[in-house]
Ligand binder design. Sequence first.
Ligand SMILES: [Zn+2]
Length: 193
Amino acid sequence: MKICPRCQKTYQDDSLNYCLDDGTQLTSFAPVESAETIFMGHPPVTSPTAERGGSTVPVGWTVPPALLAHKQKSSRAWIWIIAILLLVILVCGGGIGGMIFYSYGLKDDTVSTSPSGPNSPALSKAKADQIRDGMSLSEVRQLLGSDGERFSTTSGGGVTFENYRWTDTNYAYVIITFRDGKVFSVSKGGFKE
Ligand SMILES: [Zn+2]
């Protein structure tokens, strides 16, 4: 391919030596074309580190030291902002978690006093008064008409203490400590006389 330096007209026929329009001597177009090919084949490469930082400074560009220092300072500030945000999220998340945990605890209490729970029959003061030391758990269960709920167990020195509670919807309660399966102490109240 050849090109006319005066009118920029290109000629596919390499046997032509002079422009058909103005008679100017044609120059070979090949060197220009190859230069263009090189340019197109190698787009400007950006540094991977610059890209990660969101910068589009191509490789080979010299960044003034003052600008570089400013960039480093601002990126460090971003790290601090992100760290503080994460801390806030953690603290808030912990607070929300605590609230959920707290509301679950409340829900548990509601369940244990609900009529459909294990303590559904209303507690009778007359029957609770019949509980005597040395009674077995099954005797107490038969007397109160429900299984109750074991809420703690303590073992030590070959002795086991189990704490059971019976509650009803009227907020009456019977709390019994069993020593090796036998009534050891009774605490009761809230009965409607
Ligand atoms: Zn020409």
